[in-house]
Design a protein around this ligand. Structure first.
Ligand SMILES: O=C(O)CCC(=O)C(=O)O
Ligand SMILES: [Fe+2]
Length: 252
């Protein structure tokens, strides 16, 4: 049976690709179908419940696709692979599927970046965030620094916006435009997908006490060529045949 669509029609052509490459992120507002939003909310609620009850050695958040068949089915969903290949080109590998649910009162996360083939810009690593019920900039909102990914610095770290401005950002310019780098607080209506190159500096604002849970899951894909430090796949899952995922799961 063909899988039901996860995305409405959207535009991601040359121009959008250039924006992603220059900024380090690209937002597709409201692109998730109501069906996908509903199924994701259900799966992510289940993962949150599991993670609250989970015993040592189990990490339902970090290995989400291994705990829920709908989340697993999206790894090789034709629309997911089409989007990943628009960004990375034909030769891709699956890297991880991590739940990022943030209940009311969640503290968010400070500034950081992630790494992959830090010295080889020809090898890409992109993360596809599903912000199922969206977010506001000041309520579990993703922040980024356009252009920061071009430094391929996997060790950016700062607790607050001020700390980032006083440290990593000092005098730092966009390598292509020459403009000074600045923090951008993103917005996401329900059903938003955000693409982000893994080296981008990013942070998340705290979720307000009285807000509902922000439902979010991220799928990561990369060009093969180097070992990935974020490839959270158990040996059993690596061997599991997943329809459409042939060749996606291997390390190289
Ligand atoms: O929760 C988010 O929106 C992003 C969390 C994050 O830093 C990450 O997934 O790398
Ligand atoms: Fe992160």
């Amino acid at each position: 049976m063909p899988q039901s669509p996860i995305f409405h029609s959207y535009t991601f052509g040359e121009e959008e690709r250039r924006t992603l490459d220059s900024d380090g992120h690209f937002v597709l507002p409201g692109v998730l179908t109501p069906d996908a939003q509903e199924k994701l909310t259900c799966s992510l609620s289940y993962i949150l419940e599991l993670s609250r009850m989970s015993k040592e050695g189990h990490e339902p958040n970090r290995f989400s696709a291994e705990y829920d068949s709908y989340l697993e089915s999206l790894i090789a969903h034709p629309q997911m692979l089409e989007l990943a290949r628009k960004v990375l080109g034909e030769d891709i590998r699956y890297d991880h599927c991590v739940s990022l649910n943030r209940p009311g009162g969640n503290g968010g996360i400070g500034w950081h970046s992630h790494g992959y083939a830090d010295d080889d810009p020809s090898l890409g690593f992109v993360r596809i965030f599903f912000y199922v019920n969206g977010f506001k900039p000041d309520d579990g909102g993703l922040k980024a620094v356009p252009g920061s990914h071009l430094y391929r610095d996997a060790r950016i770290h700062a607790r607050t916006d001020e700390a980032l401005r006083e440290d990593w950002l000092v005098g730092r310019k966009h390598p292509e435009t020459g403009e000074l780098l600045e923090i951008e607080a993103l917005s996401a209506p329900p059903g938003t997908v955000a693409l982000m190159w893994t080296h981008a500096a990013h942070a998340v604002s705290p979720r307000k006490e009285d807000s509902d849970t922000r439902w979010c899951v991220v799928y990561a894909y990369r060009n093969p060529g180097r070992p990935s430090g974020a490839r959270w796949i158990t040996p059993e899952f690596e061997r599991k045949p997943i329809s459409g995922a042939e060749g996606l799961m291997s390390l190289y």
